[in-house]
Design a protein around this ligand. Structure first.
Ligand code: ADP
Ligand code: MG
Length: 244
């Protein structure tokens, strides 16, 4: 596998609680890897470790063949786009200023093509002057996505970006995300707890439980060759209702 990011022996505890058991994991360049599992299984912790917001107790993270040292962290973080469930937009800034915030800080605002980003994220440019409170939930997540993509990150991290949206808005954003990942050949790590979303958006699914990776593969792999009972239980618990 051509891995853009590689975790080796990465472990994290909070006090006595093990949030992430020693983990080896590779994320393939140009592909979408989906982290899925029950609430509290360590998905966000894994993402926060990768983006450098949480320091692991042990282990190394390799990016593009180089281990990320504390000295290299700052530079690395600028090559990563990160979207959280609540979007993380600043309420006192307009959509435009939210998108440009980091770029301005880095004196790279001139690099940002707002019209291209709006088009890509299907965000109506007329709304760029609005504040987050004046946008719908779906529009806010489109702005968060534009902000994360503004500086053409090598790695895009999305932590349940659609979790708070109603089903129709969610479906439309899922379609747009899939198109964006393909068009940009974006290396993406997406966290979700929705198996249908994982199967739709992910090239690979990584199923976690209790701070451990249980199984990695396609939905079909998980369905047809589950490694243990938990895998089957997790899949069955998510089976959608069929109306007759
Ligand atoms: P997920 O995103 O899969 O729902 P998290 O990664 O947020 O799970 O959390 C994994 C475990 O680590 C949970 O038991 C959670 O309570 C714990 N945890 C996460 N962050 C912290 C923190 N900053 N301090 C203490 N415990 C934490
Ligand atoms: Mg989480």
């Amino acid at each position: 596998m051509d891995a853009l990011v590689e975790l080796a022996g990465v472990r994290k505890s909070f006090g006595n609680a093990l949030a992430l058991a020693p983990t080896d994991l590779q994320f393939e360049r140009g592909k979408t890897t989906v982290l899925i599992g029950p609430s509290g299984c360590g998905k966000s912790t894994l993402l926060r470790i990768i983006v450098g917001l949480v320091t692991p107790d042990n282990g190394t993270i390799v990016f593009n063949g180089n281990a990320i040292t504390p000295e290299a962290l700052q530079d690395f973080r600028r090559r990563v786009g990160y979207v959280i469930q609540e979007g993380g937009l600043f309420p006192h800034l307009t959509a435009r200023d939210n998108v440009l915030l980091l770029a301005r800080h880095l004196r790279r605002a001139a690099d940002v093509r707002l019209n291209e980003l709006s088009c890509l994220a299907r965000f109506d440019e007329q709304l760029l002057n609005r504040y987050p409170a004046e946008l719908s939930g779906g529009q806010r997540q489109r702005v968060s996505l534009m902000r994360a993509l503004a500086l053409s990150p090598e790695l895009l991290l999305l932590d349940e970006p659609l979790g708070a949206l109603d089903p129709l808005v969610r479906a439309s954003l899922q379609r747009d995300l899939k198109e964006i990942f393909a068009r940009l050949r974006q290396t993406t790590i997406l966290v979700t707890h929705d198996l249908a979303e994982a199967a739709y958006l992910g090239d690979t699914i990584v199923l976690m439980n209790n701070g451990r990776i249980v199984q990695r593969g396609t939905l079909r792999d998980l369905q047809e060759t589950p490694v243990d009972r938990f895998v089957t239980e997790f899949i069955n618990a998510q089976r959608t209702l069929t109306l007759s």
